[in-house]
Design a protein around this ligand. Structure first.
Ligand code: MIC
Ligand code: SF4
Length: 644
């Protein structure tokens, strides 16, 4: 039987396991990336493993998240990451060079290779036929050290694109349509592959918008074939030599096929507060808008910026609207400056922000109280903007630009003729903000520069024989890692200080949770379906570990978060009968006799006494994950297996 694109890449990188859906597979990782909000921890973990130089083909450390620098903390972290990069063989993308995913796509992505990144939007490079996955920092550290990356073998979904996007309808509208159909948990355990005649009409930046926001489906990753469109993009980036064609076999079989006619799509928006709450702009109607923000790793390419500039030419931003624009990379920014697009945007009244994540992660530009903010970003979780009652709608650059001028949510199809933007034959190539590592012969001379904000990370403990702890929190469905460990300008600077971060754990759901944990000394969290969706931040596991959380019992988990819990030595369990979720109350004591032995034996069902009743809990861990739990987390496990 033929193979899908992802199966081909997996087969070529398979170090352990069989390609049967759900089975644990270990993959050889060719490239890694980190960003600064997860990077400090990842490099501390890499140091703790004791491997002197990275063993990957290419590892890159980006600084793009914490660039507000309201105190010394972020600048210290940047310096620390820069020095680690130099010493250990990692390329360092300096602050100002752009958002990791945009820069990686432009300068490093290679079709057919594997990439993991300590950021959930790493699948962006799937737009170029790369198997690119988000992972926890510790998994990235292990991959840098030459270890395999383990995932459950995903099922395959094919999205068959036909037709062609109409004027003013954008790649963003394609992924919004996929989200509308599949929902934020519809992609869990799956890889989404795009194919069909329609893909030929989509450029690499458009494809990357689609694979980027595939993260919001909960999918393991999303991928496009590498074809002549890919070759042209690589050639324009001066990297034609990196091109290899890649396509699925004609008889490849998929677990699910979804057909989308591009010509039938209309400009759409994801309404507050979930990326799958999608309606067309026409259906939502002309609501008043307070803020428009254009940028983020989803929509900050040159194509996006030139489209917006063309739509704003000779216009003025509506008096009631604040328009902010953050280009995705220095390459994009520089080219906008050269061709005059930047001047057009300035003239229209846009507030130009540095090329970084910025407002996407709540680093500035929080909207006014109750304000409506249209953003070309990928997440609109409640409170993520920094304004608790802000209402964030996720839209395309075209909808954003049209609405910035009218002051109300506007379907750009109502405007006149659409601008026709073509990508250049040659991008401006200047990698002067990417610092290469020191040669191996000089690595010993490089001093690691540590700031006072870097605190030791918590050490996981092996599972006790009898697990007995109180339920210290009960939450509902679709809890995001932004709920578990919020980001934003006030908290993000402390990503390397777990004790301080712990004061904000679950702040939005229950501000008393940290104090309750500290008093109890140990505890259990109970969650609904898709627990831990969203970001890859391992802080959402490390902070609960620090607070003494021993297990999380949920209806189901998002992939990266479940892996992060195991890596931190916290046991993720699901209710065998989802109805039991309703019977558990805050304060109940959960006891699993013989927990360590049952996990080690490979028991798939554990019997728990919760509040006087007996409840069956499922333990869906692979053999390797069971050993990690037994060892007390991935770091201990890796140290034990260092000779393997
Ligand atoms: C996000 O978009 O939520 C982030 C910030 O990029 C995170 C990473 C982090 O929390 O540092 C992600 O997507 O993984
Ligand atoms: Fe940065 Fe936002 Fe992309 Fe996360 S989603 S990497 S915060 S731009």
């Amino acid at each position: 039987m033929g193979l899908t694109i992802a199966q081909k890449i997996i087969q070529a990188h398979l170090l352990s396991g069989e390609m049967t859906p759900g089975a644990d597979i270990g993959l050889k990782i060719d490239q890694t990336l980190t960003q600064d909000a997860t990077g400090t921890m990842a490099y501390l973990e890499f140091e703790a493993m004791g491997v002197p130089r990275v063993k990957t083909e290419r590892s890159v450390a980006y600084i793009d998240h914490n660039t507000l620098q309201t105190g010394f903390e972020n600048a210290d972290d940047h310096r620390f990451i820069g020095s680690c990069a130099k010493k250990h063989g990692i390329y360092f993308s300096r602050p100002g060079n752009g958002i990791c995913h945009q820069v990686h796509l432009e300068r490093f992505a290679v079709p057919g290779k594997t990439l993991i990144g300590s950021d959930s939007h790493t699948p962006t490079c799937g737009g170029m036929g790369m198997l690119a996955m988000g992972a926890g920092g510790l998994d990235v550290a292990v991959a840098m050290g030459g270890g395999a990356y383990h995932i459950p073998m995903p099922k395959m979904v094919k999205i068959n694109l036909t037709g062609m996007l109409r004027d003013y309808v954008s790649a963003k509208d394609v992924i919004l349509e996929v989200l509308r159909r599949m929902t934020v948990k519809g992609g869990v355990g799956k890889i989404v592959e795009y194919g069909g005649e329609g893909i030929k009409t989509l450029s690499v930046p458009q494809r990357a918008t689609i694979t980027n926001m595939g993260a919001e489906l909960g999918a393991t990753t999303s991928i496009f074939p590498a074809d002549e469109v890919t070759r042209a993009f690589l050639k324009a980036q001066g990297r034609e030599g990196d091109f290899t064609p890649l396509a699925s076999d004609p008889d490849a079989s998929y677990d699910e096929v979804i057909d989308i006619d591009l010509s039938a799509l209309r400009p759409a928006a994801a309404m507050p507060h979930s990326p799958d709450a999608v309606k067309t702009v026409e259906e939502i109607g002309k609501i008043k808008v307070d803020q428009v923000l254009i940028g983020s790793c989803t929509n900050s390419s040159l194509l996006d910026m030139l489209t917006v500039a063309e739509m704003l030419k000779g216009k003025t931003v509506h008096p009631d609207v604040s328009l902010g624009i953050a280009p995705g990379s220095k390459q994009v920014f520089n080219m906008m400056a050269e061709c005059g697009a930047l001047a057009t945007l300035i003239a229209a009244g846009a507030r130009i922000l540095e090329c970084a994540c910025g407002p996407c992660i709540g680093m500035g530009q929080s909207p006014n109280s109750g304000g409506v903010s249209l953003r070309t970003f990928n997440r609109n979780f409640e409170g993520r903007s920094g304004t608790a009652d802000g209402k964030v709608y996720l839209v395309s650059p075209e909808v954003a630009a049209a609405s910035a001028v009218t002051g109300v949510l506007t379907d750009p199809m109502e405007l006149g003729e659409a601008p026709k933007i073509t990508l250049p034959d040659h991008f401006m190539i200047n990698d002067n903000m990417i610092v290469p590592p020191a040669p191996e012969s000089e690595m010993d001379k490089v001093e690691i520069l540590r700031g006072p904000n870097i605190k030791p990370f918590p050490q996981a403990q092996p599972l006790p024989d009898t697990l007995s702890a109180d339920v210290l929190l009960k939450v509902g469905d679709n809890i995001t890692t932004d709920h578990i460990m919020p980001a934003g300008a006030k908290i993000l600077p402390f990503r390397s200080n777990i004790p301080y971060l712990s004061n904000f754990c679950f702040a939005q759901c229950d501000p008393d949770f940290p104090a309750r944990c500290k008093e109890a000394g140990k505890g259990v969290v109970v969650g609904g379906a898709n627990y831990g969706q969203g970001s890859s931040r391992e802080h959402a596991a490390l902070v609960p570990l620090y607070l003494g959380i021993k297990a999380v019992v949920a209806k189901s988990f998002a992939r990266i978060h479940a892996a992060n819990l195991v890596n931190a030595g916290i046991l993720p369990l699901t209710f065998a009968d989802e109805g039991d979720y309703d019977t558990v109350a805050l304060g109940d004591t959960l006891t699993i006799e013989d927990a360590a032995a049952a996990v080690e034996r490979g028991d798939e069902t554990l019997s728990a006494a919760i509040g006087g009743r007996t409840v069956a809990l499922r333990c869906g861990l692979s053999q390797r994950q069971r050993e990690i739990i037994k060892a007390g987390g991935l770091l201990n496990y890796t140290k034990e297996h260092v000779e393997d």
